[in-house]
Ligand binder design. Structure first.
Ligand code: MG
Length: 381
């Protein structure tokens, strides 16, 4: 089998009424199409964050396409290495996106779901609802209880602090502690709770919040400090027993992670199929974690199709306990529609709060081409 063409369809998603994107406005999405001489096509979606779909598409058709044309798409490890070695031209998003599409081809060629090619460990994984930013502690508590009533076992707060927001626009950390306490009070002891502080605390703030959520029985404390501040993670770990979770967006991928493990800066590794090198890169990170007796908790992968790709990885490893559902919902909105955008089948979590392994060949998700083609702004080729 040979690769015959690589294009990216750039689609303008016209209205996304969610907390992450502010007022309704166009949000770009790209669909990568890798075609072969056997009529098999592999796909992946391109979205934010990072340079954005148009820039990622440019990198793919300019730097990857010329040498991938005519190649065997099943030589995924070789292609992955060559892409990784072009880090001075390529963003990790370009590498990850192409890698996902190659795995999609491999699965379709074999007539098997990708997780079966990777080595299936299980057929389902529990989901946790991962909040957007809310203005009141009650909004977090209400949301956690709503998902608990749907059978879900986990909930994670994102308080309104983030390094990309103006420092004077976010409330003091007292709000974060109040919100975490309100969720525990409302959900009771039976729900697994996590806090993601989005790299936004000073050391003393992290220590205070960490002690508070440790006392509240939280499961993990995620990203309290900026990614460059490994020293503060190490210090914090010496003072707290609650596990710390870091490395979600650390630059450098696999090769940058060993110091975080050996210094004790984090108790989990973190990655997703978009920014840590696709399915190939995330599997490597999960195996690195496994060697140290650690979990690799897979991060939300930013769009519907890549979340499916991340789910295949989770089915093929046994050191990830949770599927993150990051819907960016405003308070009171319990829609999961965003998690299906661009796909023919809705994203589903069962009445036990679990997500099931995709069953179809390749990624096992159909693309809603009627929707994509209804708002095409360009095709990168
Ligand atoms: Mg996070």
């Amino acid at each position: 089998m040979r690769i015959t063409d690589i294009t990216v369809v750039l689609h303008e998603r016209r209205s996304v009424p969610s907390a992450a994107f502010g007022p309704a406005r166009p949000v770009p999405l790209g669909v990568l199409r890798v075609t072969t001489d056997e009529g098999i096509e592999g796909n992946a979606f391109l979205s934010s964050p990072g340079p954005g779909p148009a820039q990622i598409a440019y990198q793919i058709v300019t730097h990857i396409k010329p040498w991938l044309l005519g190649e065997d798409p099943l030589d995924i490890g070789r292609h992955w290495r060559r892409m990784q070695n072009q880090f001075h031209f390529l963003s990790p998003h370009a590498v990850g996106t192409v890698d996902i599409a190659l795995w999609d081809i491999a699965g379709r060629a074999a007539g098997l779901p990708v997780h079966r090619l990777l080595g299936t460990c299980r057929d389902r994984v529990p989901a946790y609802f991962s909040s957007a930013n809310h203005d009141t502690a009650q909004a977090y508590a209400d949301e956690a209880v709503y998902w608990q009533q749907q059978g879900w076992k986990g909930y994670k707060l994102h308080p309104p602090r983030a390094p990309w927001l103006p420092p004077d626009s976010s409330p003091p950390i007292d709000f974060d502690i109040e919100a975490c306490a309100a969720v525990r009070e409302a959900a009771g002891a039976g729900m697994t709770l996590m806090l993601d502080s989005s790299w936004s605390y000073s050391y003393t703030e992290g220590l205070r919040v960490g002690q508070a959520i440790q006392d509240l029985g939280y499961h993990w404390f995620e990203d309290p400090f900026p990614t460059h501040d490994m020293h503060s993670y190490v210090r914090l770990g010496r003072h707290l027993s609650i596990p710390l979770l870091a490395t979600e967006i650390n630059p450098g991928g696999l090769a940058a992670l060993p110091p975080w493990i050996t210094s004790g800066a984090t108790d989990f590794l973190r990655g997703d199929v978009v920014i840590t090198g696709g399915i190939t890169g995330l599997m490597k990170i999960a195996h690195l974690a496994e060697a140290f007796g650690m979990n690799c908790e897979v991060h939300d992968s930013y769009n519907a199709l890549n979340n499916v790709a991340g789910l295949h990885v989770m089915m093929a490893i046994d050191n990830c306990d949770w599927f993150e559902v990051l819907a960016f919902n405003r308070a009171g909105d319990h829609s999961l529609g965003q998690l299906s955008y661009g796909l023919t089948e809705p994203f589903a979590v069962d009445s036990c709060g679990e997500v099931h392994a995709p069953a179809g060949p390749g990624l096992g998700a159909g693309i809603d081409w009627d929707l994509i083609n209804s708002a095409v702004v360009a095709v990168a080729s």
